[in-house]
Ligand binder design. Structure first.
Ligand code: NAP
Length: 314
């Protein structure tokens, strides 16, 4: 069996448990693609899985390779694959939880249904910064909240990986966007398209935001608890971090939802079109070689990212 370079977790723990080492190169099965990884990006789920916080949600076989985002070139296809061929430039959000063989590697196998042709107008580093965060924002705003033109939305953590895409997707839809971030990110929020940036270090958002149609919660905890009062009656609070209280929703006359994003080839294809049309732009704050993965996790774990950290693999 051929080997490849990969990052593996043999025991749960801090960034020091991430090992850059040789691992067996995977082979595509029926309906699957083998991708030569050019870039993988870092998401909070990666370090939560590394630390063992998710082991009850989806058990991963140890050692596992983290990574839920990839952009690269199709090296081989398994039987039954119809949409892709060797040499196609693709990006994907695979379900790495199914086998513990994620994207922090020179090669990864993904299902055909998890990939799409990458946006042509950007390189692999920028394309790798898209799948998880863009699919999450898309599914939260459009599939769950049914955000429509002229509605008002409050987006928490608007400068982060998910938030920066949520802002751009909401603006594309024609919504009015209110976004929260620290003082250092206020100008950045304006650049992204936020109509009303709020500096959470100076202003309590619930004092100034009222009657929004949608709150998008990327933080949970106290931020989620204080968000009920910002909604209009019949509005919806969508969280991707913690299930909101059904009692609080009923008390405030609003709806609530919690969800985990899922892979989607068709949504990635839509998103690629929007990127190529100049409507969406991935925000890459830091690029590091795969071997510097510990530093990449340390940066993501601060909870103060502006856009994404990307691991360059080739
Ligand atoms: N359920 C799902 O399917 C799903 C999918 C993707 C992500 N998630 C979860 O969603 C969360 C966010 O992910 P992410 O990738 O966007 O994280 P991220 O890139 O690390 O972004 C965090 C952002 O939060 C901001 N922030 C921190 N404290 C804040 C506060 N009190 N008020 C407003 N903004 C604040 C930071 O801005 P400042 O530096 O300006 O403070 C930073 O830009 C993570 O917990 C992740 O696990 C869930």
């Amino acid at each position: 069996m051929e080997n490849m370079k990969a990052v593996r977790v043999h025991n749960y723990g801090g960034p020091e448990v991430l090992r850059f080492e040789d691992a067996p190169r995977p082979a595509p099965g029926s309906g699957e693609l083998l991708i030569r990884v050019h870039a993988a990006s870092v998401n909070a789920i990666d370090w939560k899985a590394r630390a063992g916080y998710l082991k009850d949600v989806f058990p991963l076989p140890l050692p596992f390779i983290p990574g839920w985002d990839v952009s690269g070139i199709v090296e081989a296809v398994g039987s039954g694959v119809t949409k892709f061929k060797k040499g196609d430039e693709v990006y994907a959000r695979p379900d790495a939880a199914r086998n513990g063989k994620g994207t922090y590697a020179e090669y990864v196998v993904v299902r055909e249904t998890e990939a799409a042709l990458k946006p042509k107008s950007i390189d692999h580093v920028h394309a790798a910064a898209i799948p998880v965060v863009a699919l999450t924002a898309w599914q939260a705003l459009f599939d769950t909240a049914a955000l429509s033109k002229s509605q008002r939305i409050l987006i928490h953590g608007a400068a982060g990986g998910v938030g920066s895409f949520a802002v751009q997707l909401a603006k594309w839809k024609g919504a009015h966007v209110i976004g929260t971030a620290s003082g250092r990110n206020q100008a950045f929020l304006r650049e992204l398209g936020v109509d009303e940036p709020i500096d959470y270090e100076k202003t309590r958002f619930e004092d100034v935001v009222h009657d929004v149609d949608v709150v998008f919660d990327t933080l949970g905890g106290d931020t989620q608890n204080r968000s009920w009062k910002a909604l209009k009656k019949g509005g919806i609070l969508v969280s991707i971090v913690a299930p909101p209280s059904a009692d609080e929703a009923a008390k405030n006359g609003v709806r609530s939802a919690f969800f985990s994003a899922h892979p989607s080839s068709s949504q990635l294809a839509e998103i690629a079109k929007l990127v190529d049309a100049g409507k969406l732009k991935p925000v890459v704050e830091t690029v590091l070689p795969l071997s510097d993965v510990r530093r990449a996790h340390e940066l993501n774990e601060t909870g103060h990212a502006r856009g994404k950290t990307v691991l360059k693999v080739t």
